[in-house]
Design a binder for this molecule. Structure first.
Ligand code: TXA
Ligand code: MG
Length: 327
């Protein structure tokens, strides 16, 4: 078990023991690659921010994108998000299958802030792959999973692709053969007045529109408030954020990092007292939310090293610090 952390195992997804092992790894903070009908996913327990931080680290992308949480069945998804009649109808019609629904977060959702990159909406899907659903049932929690490739390389549709791209960044690769759909799920946003197509994918638009009516197209609609590329940068605290701060004033909140924390701030939270970037990533959004209080003048953020997950943390802090209207 312990060496599985450093050497990726390839396991047959039809073997019940392999599925049970994968579920156990997920339940204990592990990172595993698993087949879905669209592409292979790089999965972690969506409720465990530390585990989700490992996804971003393994992908090697210098920013946090909101991730899709995969659920065993529609009921499990309904427990995490707010599904109105329209959302329920689409879920019933197209799940399990290659459709992701973006809905508002349910107040008692267990999904970590980092999984949604701090947004108050969640992307949820019930995969068509029976292997994936069996794994999700055994895990008993929503599983966050982007495509199982390093940032910038093509999406993996075989276990071999995953092994070539992610190597030993994962604890286990479940081999379920080639993915039948081969492109990512279609993503639609149901959090606004009219459904919007955020990403074309495995479920054809025509089929969706037959059920949902005409979809808004934020990418080609100049009046749309947000386009998919901008969504990831949507969350920003109301409070003014000051970067590379080492001298907080008495009316500021301090977002600290590392063992040496200056005193004097009105409130202080530490991203990681030991200077661990994975822990810092896991805490980032929850701590920004917690410090974003009306009784402070601003948030002073201490410097975070620009290595590993630090690049994504700094990217997010810079966006949050930029003047409003920044895109
Ligand atoms: O087919 C798939 O969907 C694959 C397999 C593994 O299931 N997964 C996948 O996940 O492609 P990911 O995390 O790479 O895709 C996330 C997509 C992105 O386009 C992201 O911007 C969008 O979903 N997304 C996620 N959460 C969102 C949110 N709260 N609001 C808007 N868009 C969101
Ligand atoms: Mg991808």
């Amino acid at each position: 078990m312990t060496d599985a952390v450093h050497r990726p195992e390839l396991a047959d997804a039809t073997d019940p023991r392999a599925l049970a092992h994968a579920a156990e790894l997920l339940r204990t903070g592990g990172l595993i690659a698993f087949p879905t009908e669209t592409v292979y996913g790089l999965g972690a327990d969506a409720t465990d921010a530390r585990a989700v931080a490992r996804i971003y680290e393994a992908k090697g992308r210098p920013s946090f994108n909101p991730l899709i949480s995969h659920c065993a069945d529609a009921e499990a998804a309904f427990a995490e998000g707010r599904f109105d009649a329209r959302a329920r109808a689409l879920a019933t019609r197209f799940w399990p299958g290659p459709l992701t629904l973006v809905v508002r977060r349910a107040p008692d959702s267990r999904i970590a802030d980092l999984t949604a990159a701090g947004l108050d909406t969640l992307a949820l899907r019930v995969p068509g792959s029976e292997t994936a659903r069996r794994l999700l049932t055994l895990t008993g929690r929503p599983v966050a999973a982007p495509s199982a490739n390093r940032s910038g390389s093509i999406s993996p549709t075989t276990a071999r692709h995953v092994a070539d791209s992610l190597g030993n960044a994962v604890d286990l690769i479940l081999d379920g053969g080639p993915c039948p759909v081969g492109v990512e799920s279609t993503v639609i946003d149901l959090s606004g007045d009219r459904p919007a197509l955020l990403r074309p994918g495995g479920l054809p638009r025509e089929e969706l529109e037959a059920a949902a009516g005409p979809l808004r197209d934020p990418a080609s609609d100049p009046d749309a408030p947000t386009s998919p590329g901008q969504l990831a940068s949507h969350y920003a605290p109301n409070a003014r954020l000051r970067l590379n701060a080492t001298d907080p004033s008495a009316d500021e909140a301090l977002l600290a990092f590392g063992p040496e924390v200056p005193g004097g701030a009105k409130a202080t939270l530490n991203l990681s007292p030991t200077g661990d970037l994975r822990e810092a990533a896991a805490n980032l959004f929850a701590q920004l939310h917690a410090l974003d209080r009306p009784d402070i003048r601003g948030i002073a953020a201490m410097p975070v090293p620009e290595t590993g997950l630090g690049a994504a943390i700094n990217d997010r802090l810079r966006r949050a610090a930029a003047p409003r209207g920044y895109d």
